[in-house]
Ligand binder design. Structure first.
Ligand code: PDD
Length: 277
Protein backbone atom coordinates (compact mmCIF):
# COMPACT_ATOMS: atom_id res chain seq x y z
CA UNK A 1 0.00 0.00 0.00
CA UNK A 2 2.82 2.42 -0.86
CA UNK A 3 1.69 5.52 -2.72
CA UNK A 4 4.07 7.76 -4.63
CA UNK A 5 3.70 11.47 -3.79
CA UNK A 6 6.07 14.26 -4.70
CA UNK A 7 8.86 11.78 -5.42
CA UNK A 8 8.34 10.35 -1.94
CA UNK A 9 6.62 7.11 -1.04
CA UNK A 10 4.09 7.13 1.78
CA UNK A 11 1.68 4.57 3.13
CA UNK A 12 -1.80 4.82 1.69
CA UNK A 13 -3.32 5.69 5.08
CA UNK A 14 -0.77 8.45 5.65
CA UNK A 15 -1.70 10.20 2.42
CA UNK A 16 -2.97 13.72 3.15
CA UNK A 17 -4.43 15.84 0.39
CA UNK A 18 -3.82 19.56 0.85
CA UNK A 19 -6.62 22.04 1.50
CA UNK A 20 -7.44 24.04 -1.67
CA UNK A 21 -6.12 21.47 -4.12
CA UNK A 22 -6.69 22.55 -7.72
CA UNK A 23 -7.35 19.00 -8.79
CA UNK A 24 -10.28 18.86 -6.37
CA UNK A 25 -11.59 22.37 -6.95
CA UNK A 26 -11.19 22.70 -10.72
CA UNK A 27 -10.29 19.23 -11.99
CA UNK A 28 -7.13 21.12 -12.90
CA UNK A 29 -4.86 18.20 -13.64
CA UNK A 30 -4.08 15.21 -15.80
CA UNK A 31 -3.78 11.45 -15.33
CA UNK A 32 -2.83 8.10 -16.81
CA UNK A 33 -3.97 4.53 -16.21
CA UNK A 34 -1.13 2.12 -17.01
CA UNK A 35 -1.50 -1.64 -17.29
CA UNK A 36 0.83 -4.05 -15.54
CA UNK A 37 1.11 -7.70 -16.58
CA UNK A 38 3.07 -10.21 -14.53
CA UNK A 39 4.68 -7.38 -12.56
CA UNK A 40 5.87 -5.42 -15.66
CA UNK A 41 4.50 -2.32 -17.32
CA UNK A 42 2.79 -2.59 -20.70
CA UNK A 43 3.09 0.39 -23.12
CA UNK A 44 4.82 2.43 -20.42
CA UNK A 45 6.61 4.67 -22.92
CA UNK A 46 3.35 5.52 -24.72
CA UNK A 47 1.70 6.42 -21.40
CA UNK A 48 4.59 8.52 -20.10
CA UNK A 49 4.84 10.38 -23.42
CA UNK A 50 1.10 11.09 -23.38
CA UNK A 51 1.36 12.21 -19.75
CA UNK A 52 3.93 14.83 -20.71
CA UNK A 53 1.90 15.85 -23.78
CA UNK A 54 -1.21 16.36 -21.61
CA UNK A 55 0.81 18.36 -19.08
CA UNK A 56 2.24 20.58 -21.79
CA UNK A 57 -1.19 21.13 -23.35
CA UNK A 58 -2.59 22.47 -20.05
CA UNK A 59 0.65 24.28 -19.16
CA UNK A 60 1.52 22.25 -16.09
CA UNK A 61 5.26 22.06 -15.48
CA UNK A 62 6.13 18.50 -14.58
CA UNK A 63 8.81 18.91 -11.90
CA UNK A 64 10.47 15.63 -12.91
CA UNK A 65 12.40 14.46 -15.91
CA UNK A 66 10.98 11.50 -17.80
CA UNK A 67 13.89 9.43 -16.49
CA UNK A 68 12.99 10.30 -12.90
CA UNK A 69 9.34 9.43 -13.52
CA UNK A 70 10.25 6.05 -15.05
CA UNK A 71 12.42 5.31 -12.01
CA UNK A 72 9.68 6.30 -9.59
CA UNK A 73 7.11 4.20 -11.42
CA UNK A 74 9.43 1.19 -11.30
CA UNK A 75 10.01 1.78 -7.61
CA UNK A 76 6.24 1.86 -7.04
CA UNK A 77 5.97 -1.71 -8.35
CA UNK A 78 9.02 -2.85 -6.40
CA UNK A 79 7.92 -1.38 -3.06
CA UNK A 80 4.48 -2.91 -3.44
CA UNK A 81 6.01 -6.24 -4.50
CA UNK A 82 3.75 -6.40 -7.55
CA UNK A 83 4.13 -9.75 -9.29
CA UNK A 84 0.81 -10.17 -11.10
CA UNK A 85 -1.65 -8.18 -13.21
CA UNK A 86 -2.40 -4.69 -11.97
CA UNK A 87 -3.04 -1.09 -12.94
CA UNK A 88 -1.17 2.03 -11.95
CA UNK A 89 -3.07 5.29 -11.58
CA UNK A 90 -0.84 8.32 -12.05
CA UNK A 91 -2.12 11.84 -11.53
CA UNK A 92 -0.69 15.34 -11.53
CA UNK A 93 -2.53 18.52 -10.59
CA UNK A 94 -1.43 22.10 -10.95
CA UNK A 95 -0.95 22.19 -7.19
CA UNK A 96 -2.41 23.78 -4.09
CA UNK A 97 -3.05 27.50 -3.75
CA UNK A 98 -5.81 29.92 -2.65
CA UNK A 99 -8.75 29.37 -5.01
CA UNK A 100 -8.54 31.45 -8.17
CA UNK A 101 -9.38 30.30 -11.70
CA UNK A 102 -6.18 31.75 -13.15
CA UNK A 103 -2.96 29.81 -12.53
CA UNK A 104 -1.33 30.59 -9.17
CA UNK A 105 1.95 32.42 -9.71
CA UNK A 106 3.94 30.16 -7.44
CA UNK A 107 2.95 26.60 -7.03
CA UNK A 108 4.38 23.18 -7.54
CA UNK A 109 2.48 20.46 -9.33
CA UNK A 110 1.16 17.68 -7.08
CA UNK A 111 1.90 14.15 -8.20
CA UNK A 112 0.59 10.92 -6.88
CA UNK A 113 0.52 7.35 -8.11
CA UNK A 114 -0.69 4.06 -6.72
CA UNK A 115 -0.92 0.50 -7.91
CA UNK A 116 -3.88 -1.84 -7.56
CA UNK A 117 -4.30 -5.50 -8.48
CA UNK A 118 -6.44 -5.90 -11.58
CA UNK A 119 -7.13 -9.37 -12.95
CA UNK A 120 -7.81 -9.49 -16.68
CA UNK A 121 -11.51 -9.51 -17.71
CA UNK A 122 -11.12 -12.86 -19.42
CA UNK A 123 -14.81 -13.84 -19.43
CA UNK A 124 -15.99 -10.51 -20.81
CA UNK A 125 -13.31 -10.62 -23.52
CA UNK A 126 -14.44 -14.10 -24.49
CA UNK A 127 -18.19 -13.46 -24.38
CA UNK A 128 -18.38 -9.79 -25.37
CA UNK A 129 -20.29 -6.91 -23.81
CA UNK A 130 -23.13 -4.52 -24.67
CA UNK A 131 -23.20 -0.73 -25.01
CA UNK A 132 -25.56 2.21 -25.23
CA UNK A 133 -25.14 5.36 -27.30
CA UNK A 134 -24.87 8.66 -25.48
CA UNK A 135 -24.34 12.25 -26.63
CA UNK A 136 -20.73 13.40 -26.42
CA UNK A 137 -21.08 16.65 -24.48
CA UNK A 138 -17.35 16.98 -23.70
CA UNK A 139 -15.08 19.85 -24.73
CA UNK A 140 -12.98 20.00 -27.93
CA UNK A 141 -9.68 18.88 -26.38
CA UNK A 142 -10.30 15.30 -25.39
CA UNK A 143 -6.79 14.33 -26.55
CA UNK A 144 -5.70 15.76 -23.19
CA UNK A 145 -6.18 13.12 -20.50
CA UNK A 146 -7.58 15.62 -18.04
CA UNK A 147 -9.21 15.06 -14.65
CA UNK A 148 -12.44 16.68 -15.88
CA UNK A 149 -14.36 13.44 -16.24
CA UNK A 150 -17.90 14.44 -15.27
CA UNK A 151 -19.34 13.89 -18.80
CA UNK A 152 -17.59 10.50 -18.93
CA UNK A 153 -18.88 9.62 -15.46
CA UNK A 154 -22.46 10.56 -16.47
CA UNK A 155 -22.23 8.51 -19.68
CA UNK A 156 -20.82 5.43 -17.93
CA UNK A 157 -23.50 5.62 -15.26
CA UNK A 158 -26.21 5.80 -17.96
CA UNK A 159 -24.70 2.64 -19.49
CA UNK A 160 -24.63 0.90 -16.12
CA UNK A 161 -28.28 1.77 -15.49
CA UNK A 162 -29.14 0.02 -18.77
CA UNK A 163 -27.14 -3.02 -17.70
CA UNK A 164 -24.43 -2.19 -20.27
CA UNK A 165 -20.65 -2.09 -20.10
CA UNK A 166 -19.92 1.07 -22.08
CA UNK A 167 -21.41 4.23 -23.55
CA UNK A 168 -20.55 4.96 -27.18
CA UNK A 169 -20.29 8.75 -27.43
CA UNK A 170 -21.47 10.63 -30.51
CA UNK A 171 -21.63 14.26 -31.63
CA UNK A 172 -24.85 14.72 -33.67
CA UNK A 173 -24.71 11.05 -34.63
CA UNK A 174 -20.97 10.96 -35.44
CA UNK A 175 -19.25 8.43 -33.17
CA UNK A 176 -16.15 9.77 -31.41
CA UNK A 177 -15.13 7.21 -28.77
CA UNK A 178 -16.53 5.72 -25.54
CA UNK A 179 -16.68 7.02 -21.98
CA UNK A 180 -13.35 5.33 -21.13
CA UNK A 181 -12.27 3.49 -24.29
CA UNK A 182 -11.84 3.84 -28.05
CA UNK A 183 -14.37 2.23 -30.39
CA UNK A 184 -14.01 0.50 -33.78
CA UNK A 185 -16.44 -0.75 -36.40
CA UNK A 186 -15.53 -3.67 -38.67
CA UNK A 187 -17.11 -3.93 -42.11
CA UNK A 188 -16.00 -5.98 -45.09
CA UNK A 189 -12.77 -6.95 -43.29
CA UNK A 190 -11.78 -3.31 -42.68
CA UNK A 191 -11.47 -1.55 -39.34
CA UNK A 192 -12.96 1.95 -39.05
CA UNK A 193 -12.34 4.33 -36.16
CA UNK A 194 -12.50 8.07 -35.52
CA UNK A 195 -9.30 9.85 -36.63
CA UNK A 196 -6.87 10.77 -33.83
CA UNK A 197 -7.94 14.42 -33.85
CA UNK A 198 -8.16 16.67 -30.82
CA UNK A 199 -11.69 15.54 -29.94
CA UNK A 200 -10.76 11.99 -28.88
CA UNK A 201 -8.16 10.49 -26.60
CA UNK A 202 -5.32 8.93 -28.59
CA UNK A 203 -5.43 5.59 -26.82
CA UNK A 204 -2.20 3.73 -26.21
CA UNK A 205 -3.97 0.48 -27.10
CA UNK A 206 -5.43 2.21 -30.18
CA UNK A 207 -1.85 2.90 -31.34
CA UNK A 208 -1.09 -0.80 -31.01
CA UNK A 209 -4.31 -1.77 -32.85
CA UNK A 210 -3.10 0.28 -35.81
CA UNK A 211 0.19 -1.68 -35.74
CA UNK A 212 -1.56 -5.05 -35.34
CA UNK A 213 -3.73 -4.25 -38.38
CA UNK A 214 -0.60 -3.44 -40.39
CA UNK A 215 0.99 -6.75 -39.32
CA UNK A 216 -2.16 -8.68 -40.23
CA UNK A 217 -2.80 -6.87 -43.53
CA UNK A 218 -6.06 -5.44 -42.27
CA UNK A 219 -7.04 -1.98 -43.51
CA UNK A 220 -7.11 0.45 -40.59
CA UNK A 221 -9.23 3.35 -41.73
CA UNK A 222 -9.30 6.54 -39.67
CA UNK A 223 -12.70 7.73 -40.75
CA UNK A 224 -15.54 8.66 -38.42
CA UNK A 225 -18.64 6.50 -38.67
CA UNK A 226 -22.18 7.22 -37.51
CA UNK A 227 -24.54 5.67 -35.00
CA UNK A 228 -26.73 4.48 -37.94
CA UNK A 229 -23.73 2.53 -39.32
CA UNK A 230 -23.93 0.03 -36.47
CA UNK A 231 -26.74 -1.72 -38.39
CA UNK A 232 -24.26 -2.51 -41.20
CA UNK A 233 -21.39 -3.52 -38.92
CA UNK A 234 -19.99 -7.04 -39.04
CA UNK A 235 -18.19 -6.50 -35.74
CA UNK A 236 -17.68 -3.78 -33.15
CA UNK A 237 -15.00 -3.69 -30.47
CA UNK A 238 -13.55 -1.27 -27.95
CA UNK A 239 -10.05 -0.93 -26.53
CA UNK A 240 -8.42 0.52 -23.43
CA UNK A 241 -5.68 -0.30 -20.97
CA UNK A 242 -8.20 -1.92 -18.66
CA UNK A 243 -10.62 -3.46 -21.22
CA UNK A 244 -7.87 -4.57 -23.67
CA UNK A 245 -9.68 -5.65 -26.88
CA UNK A 246 -13.34 -6.14 -25.98
CA UNK A 247 -16.02 -7.38 -28.40
CA UNK A 248 -19.29 -5.41 -28.40
CA UNK A 249 -22.33 -7.51 -29.33
CA UNK A 250 -25.13 -4.97 -29.10
CA UNK A 251 -25.40 -1.18 -29.23
CA UNK A 252 -28.74 0.08 -27.88
CA UNK A 253 -31.25 -2.28 -29.55
CA UNK A 254 -28.99 -3.00 -32.54
CA UNK A 255 -27.48 -6.50 -32.54
CA UNK A 256 -24.01 -6.36 -34.16
CA UNK A 257 -23.40 -8.87 -36.96
CA UNK A 258 -24.47 -12.33 -35.87
CA UNK A 259 -24.48 -11.29 -32.21
CA UNK A 260 -21.26 -13.10 -31.38
CA UNK A 261 -17.64 -11.90 -31.12
CA UNK A 262 -16.23 -11.70 -34.67
CA UNK A 263 -13.19 -13.28 -36.30
CA UNK A 264 -11.31 -10.04 -36.86
CA UNK A 265 -11.80 -9.04 -33.22
CA UNK A 266 -10.45 -12.46 -32.23
CA UNK A 267 -7.39 -11.93 -34.44
CA UNK A 268 -6.67 -8.57 -32.78
CA UNK A 269 -7.18 -10.11 -29.34
CA UNK A 270 -4.52 -12.68 -30.22
CA UNK A 271 -2.17 -9.94 -31.40
CA UNK A 272 -2.70 -8.13 -28.10
CA UNK A 273 -2.09 -11.31 -26.16
CA UNK A 274 1.26 -11.83 -27.92
CA UNK A 275 2.25 -8.19 -27.53
CA UNK A 276 1.38 -7.94 -23.83
CA UNK A 277 2.55 -11.41 -22.90
N1 PDD B 1 -9.33 5.31 -19.98
N2 PDD B 1 -10.79 7.11 -24.47
C1 PDD B 1 -11.06 7.53 -23.22
C2 PDD B 1 -12.04 8.64 -23.04
C3 PDD B 1 -10.39 6.95 -22.13
O1 PDD B 1 -10.63 7.39 -20.89
C4 PDD B 1 -9.47 5.88 -22.35
C5 PDD B 1 -8.72 5.22 -21.22
C6 PDD B 1 -9.25 5.45 -23.67
C7 PDD B 1 -8.27 4.35 -24.01
O2 PDD B 1 -6.93 4.78 -23.80
P1 PDD B 1 -5.76 3.75 -23.49
O3 PDD B 1 -5.77 2.76 -24.62
O4 PDD B 1 -4.55 4.58 -23.50
O5 PDD B 1 -6.05 3.12 -22.18
C8 PDD B 1 -9.92 6.09 -24.70
C9 PDD B 1 -8.66 4.79 -18.80
C10 PDD B 1 -8.43 3.32 -18.85
C11 PDD B 1 -9.45 5.23 -17.57
O6 PDD B 1 -9.83 6.40 -17.55
O7 PDD B 1 -9.66 4.43 -16.66
Amino acid sequence: DHVLTESEFVRQNDLRYPFEERGLQFGDGIYEVIRVYGGSYYLIKEHVERFYRSAEAVKIDVPYTKKELYEQLDQLLELNKVKGDAKVYLQMTRGSAPRDHAFPSETKANLYAYVKDLPRSKNAMLDGVTAITHPDVRWDWCYIKSLNLLPNVMAKQAAKEEGCYEAVLHKDGEVTECSSSNVYLVRGGKVYTHPAKKNILHGCVRMRIEEFCKDENIDFIEEAFRVEDFQYADEVFITSSTSEVMPVLKVDQQVIGNGRPGQLTRTLQKCYERDAG
